[in-house]
Design a binder for this molecule. Structure first.
Ligand code: GLA
Length: 387
C-alpha cells in the first residue's frame, strides 16, 4: 500500500493510533476438479497473482468500519452485534468471518479498514473467498492472534455459509489461504490433505478469460446440484452401503443404479465421478510435465460440466471453442461454479498474443460483450504483509 492510501485512511477514519496492518489474500483459478469439493472429492486449484488487500488498524472497542474502494462504500458493524438490515452484501463476508473468529475466542476488538482488490468481482475467481481470508487475517492480527491456515479457511467457509447464504465447498477459501508459489494444489476435500505439485515451466502459462457474464439464479442452481448429488448417493447406498459421498463411487457402480435414478441425477453423478478421476489423472500428468495430457483432460472436464452437470453457458462454451482453434493452447475449460465467470486455459507463452486477439475479435461479435483477459502463474496464499 502506498503512502497516499495510508493518508486517505487517516483522513477517512481519523485513526492515527498504532501501526498499520497490511494483509492480502489471492483469488484462485481451479485448473480441474469442478463441483467435486462438496462431494468429498478432489480439486486442483492455484492461487493467482490477483489479491484482495486490507489496510487496517486495531481499535480498542468492538466497532468495525470497513471502506471498500472497489464498491466506494463504507460499512459499519459491531463484533457480536446484529447484522444491520441495510448492510451491503459484501460486508456480510467480513461480518461472518469476524463472528467465526469471535466464536473461536480469537477476536474481541474491531478494526478500521480499507479494502481494495485486483480480483475481478463476480468473475468466478473467488473474489469473495479472498476478501474473507484477508479480512480474517486482519482481524486476527489486530487482536494479537494467529490461526492455523486450514482453520482460517474453515472460518471463512463458515462465514460464506452462514452470512452470505452460499453453500460452497472448501476449495476457494482453502487455496486462497494455503496456495504456494509455482505450485498447483491437489486437495482431498474429504480429509483436507494436500499435495503441492510444481508447475514451473518457463514456457507454460495459465490464461484466464472472464466472460463478464453472471447468469441469474446461480445460488439456487448450486444448491440444486448439491441436492441432486445427495439423491444419487442415497440411491447408490442402497446397493453399496459403503458409499458416503460420490467420491466413494465409480462409474460401474453408478451404471448398476441407472434404472433407479432420475436421468438428470444420473448425469450429475456421472460428472462428479468422472471429474474426480480426471483430476487425479491431471495431477499425475502435471507432476510429469505432460501439458498436452493435462489439456485433453481440461477439454473433457468442460464437456462433462456442459453436458452432464449443466453449469456452463453459451459464452463459456464459445470461449473454450475459440481456445481450441489456437495453436499452442494445451486445453481449456470453464472454471468455478459456472453460469458465467471465467474460462481457464493452459497455453504456451508465445500463443497468448494470438488467443487474446482471437477472443477480442470473435467474442464481442457473438455476444456484444467484451471478455477481460490476463495470464497468471501460481502465486502464494494469504499473508500478513506488515503489522
Ligand atoms: C464455487 C464454490 C466452490 C466449488 C466451485 C465448483 O466456486 O465456492 O466451493 O464448489 O464453485 O467447483
Amino acid at each position: 500500500m502506498d503512502q497516499q492510501t495510508k493518508q486517505e485512511f487517516v483522513r477517512r477514519f481519523g485513526n492515527t493510533d498504532g501501526a498499520f496492518i497490511l494483509t492480502r489474500a489471492p483469488g484462485r483459478v481451479n485448473l480441474i476438479g469442478e463441483h467435486t469439493d462438496y462431494n468429498d472429492g478432489f480439486v486442483f486449484p492455484i492461487a493467482i497473482d490477483r489479491y484482495t488487500t486490507i489496510l487496517a488498524k486495531a481499535r480498542t472497542d468492538t466497532q468495525v468500519r470497513i471502506f471498500s474502494t472497489t464498491q466506494n462504500e463504507l460499512t459499519e458493524f459491531s463484533i457480536a452485534g446484529p447484522v444491520a438490515k441495510d448492510s451491503p452484501q459484501w460486508s456480510l463476508y467480513a461480518k461472518g468471518v469476524a463472528e467465526a473468529l469471535r466464536q473461536r475466542g480469537l477476536v474481541k476488538n474491531g478494526i478500521d479498514a480499507m479494502v481494495s482488490s485486483t480480483v475481478p468481482i463476480g468473475g468466478g475467481l473467488s473474489s469473495s473467498a479472498s476478501f474473507e481470508v484477508a479480512t480474517g487475517l486482519a482481524f486476527l492480527t489486530a487482536n494479537g492472534k494467529t490461526l492455523d491456515k486450514i482453520e482460517l479457511a474453515l472460518a471463512a467457509q463458515w462465514a460464506e455459509h452462514n452470512y452470505a447464504s452460499m453453500p460452497c465447498g472448501i476449495m476457494d477459501q482453502f487455496i486462497s489461504a494455503l496456495g504456494e508459489k509455482d505450485h498447483a494444489m491437489l486437495l482431498d476435500c474429504r480429509d483436507l490433505s494436500q499435495r503441492q505439485i510444481s508447475m514451473e515451466d518457463a514456457d507454460m502459462r495459465i490464461f484466464i478469460a472472464n466472460s463478464n457474464v453472471k447468469h441469474k439464479l446461480v445460488e439456487g442452481e448450486y444448491q440444486a446440484r448439491r441436492n441432486q448429488c445427495e439423491r444419487a448417493v442415497a440411491i447408490l447406498r442402497k446397493k453399496f452401503p459403503a458409499v458416503k459421498a460420490l467420491r466413494d463411487a465409480d462409474l460401474s457402480m453408478l451404471k448398476t443404479c441407472r434404472m433407479d435414478m432420475d436421468p438428470t441425477v444420473f448425469r450429475r453423478a456421472r460428472h462428479v465421478i468422472s471429474e474426480n478421476t480426471r483430476t487425479l489423472q491431471f495431477a499425475e500428468a502435471m507432476a510429469s510435465g505432460n501439458w498436452s495430457a493435462c489439456g485433453k483432460l481440461m477439454y473433457a472436464s468442460h464437456e462433462s460440466l456442459r453436458d452432464d452437470y449443466g453449469v456452463s453457458c453459451p459464452e463459456l462454451d464459445f470461449l473454450v471453442e475459440i481456445a481450441d482453434t489456437v495453436q499452442g493452447v494445451y486445453g481449456a475449460r470453464m472454471t468455478g461454479g459456472g453460469f458465467g465467470g471465467s474460462m481457464v486455459a493452459m497455453i504456451q507463452s508465445h500463443a497468448i498474443k494470438e488467443l487474446t486477439a482471437v477472443i477480442a475479435q470473435k467474442y464481442p461479435q457473438r455476444f456484444a460483450l467484451e471478455a477481460t483477459m490476463f495470464s497468471t502463474t501460481a502465486g502464494d496464499g494469504a499473508q500478513v504483509v506488515s503489522s
